[in-house]
Design a protein around this ligand. Sequence first.
Ligand SMILES: NC(=O)c1ccc[n+]([C@@H]2O[C@H](COP(=O)([O-])OP(=O)(O)OC[C@H]3O[C@@H](n4cnc5c(N)ncnc54)[C@H](O)[C@@H]3O)[C@@H](O)[C@H]2O)c1
Length: 442
Amino acid sequence: MKVTVFGIGYVGLVQGAVLAEVGHDVCCVDVDPTKIEKLKNGVIPIYEPGLETLVKENFESGRLRFTTSAEEGVSHGEIQFIAVGTPPDEDGSADLKYVLAVAETIATHMDAYKVVVDKSTVPVGTADKVSQKITQVLKERNVAYPFDVISNPEFLKEGSAVSDCMRPDRIIIGTDSDRAEEAMRELYAPFNRNHEKILVMDVRSAELTKYAANCMLATKISFMNEMANLAEKLGADIEHVRQGIGSDPRIGYHFIYPGIGYGGSCFPKDVQALIKTADSIKFDATLLKAVEARNYAQKNVLFEKVQHYFSGDLKGKIFAVWGLSFKPNTDDMREAPSRVLMESLWEAGAIVQAYDPEAMEETQRIYGSKESLNLVGTKEAALRNADALLILTEWQAFKAPDFEFIKSQLKTPVIFDGRNLYEPYRMSSKGFTYVSIGRADS
Ligand SMILES: NC(=O)c1ccc[n+]([C@@H]2O[C@H](COP(=O)([O-])OP(=O)(O)OC[C@H]3O[C@@H](n4cnc5c(N)ncnc54)[C@H](O)[C@@H]3O)[C@@H](O)[C@H]2O)c1
């Protein structure tokens, strides 16, 4: 099938490449000419396991093409995906200007029936707004082409986006149009062979499902962080508690790791946006507000521990930082807890010596060159002459390091671990002061 994807970010690029991989003919449109030029030259602008090969192979086969020409994109596909960003507005609600800009573009150039698919995460009622925009532009053009606007939220996880898209748990299609439903069923048939994964529902339910999923996951994390803070005060060990509750199949082990707060491009903004949606209809979303407040506070927890340990005197101290991305296997730094922590350290006059397997370039792009940020090429180099080691992202490469080497490099053997990667008793037997989350310091 001929498909167009507007917005070639984490979602659009992966979605486009995966659809091309199964044989569809995909045209990817983005307003960023540098990004499109890079993609045409085989340079993948983001890090996502498996993505580079997928993009290159499908680009070479001709099934995946990149353009900045909206006109070309609109005329290409009967199915038009909108996968642009929906960042938070000043008040925290989802900013729909990019989504509506694409709707306008589609309406400006369309000359036949189109299925317009909201793939971006958008508040309930957005499909109606997209429909209104298209109708308005068609009216201005004095033409009347048929179209359907449907909701098809994306559930991929950064870090495993390609496999999530290749093997989705569910495919949600929000529409009441038989024609659009049939087009989407045909599009997704290659992903639906093993068992039925397509759930068709009304548009508003589909839109809310995406927010409900992310808010549920954010709630699990904030709940665990609250338990971790409690455990610390009560003299319990959150890692025992985690296993104790995770073994209950009604709770499960997923998403109950305590840490330094959730980040990324989705949870923070989606929780905020749903709170705003609730506010707009005078519904007080008390639980969601608490989830957000806990997360905000949790991003400061490790800094407070550092401050406490050094009696508030961080001026001129050097901190080795392992991990910058908001989670492993991505270079995404959006809302990463590392940013809050580094900014607090800088404010206190400290120097950060950091390493991340993938997010160094992005960190450099965000902060530019500054004396108090030293990005180094290996995790070992980050340790040199540092006053302490801070672990902020649970990359595999940090899970079993050479502790003797760490000790030999640090001025004092102290580790602040925001991800609970090690056993406190082992760390104390190796001679470290080890400060983690929701457990007694050792
Ligand atoms: N990143 C994720 O893990 C994830 C997962 C599920 C859903 N989502 C949702 O998907 C949407 C996109 O997220 P993302 O992380 O891929 O965003 P992103 O910021 O990585 O990419 C968005 C892209 O859209 C482009 N763009 C903006 N306006 C455009 C226009 N008028 N025409 C064409 N391109 C345009 C930008 O240049 C950018 O390349 C968001 O609503 C997000 O909430 C994201």
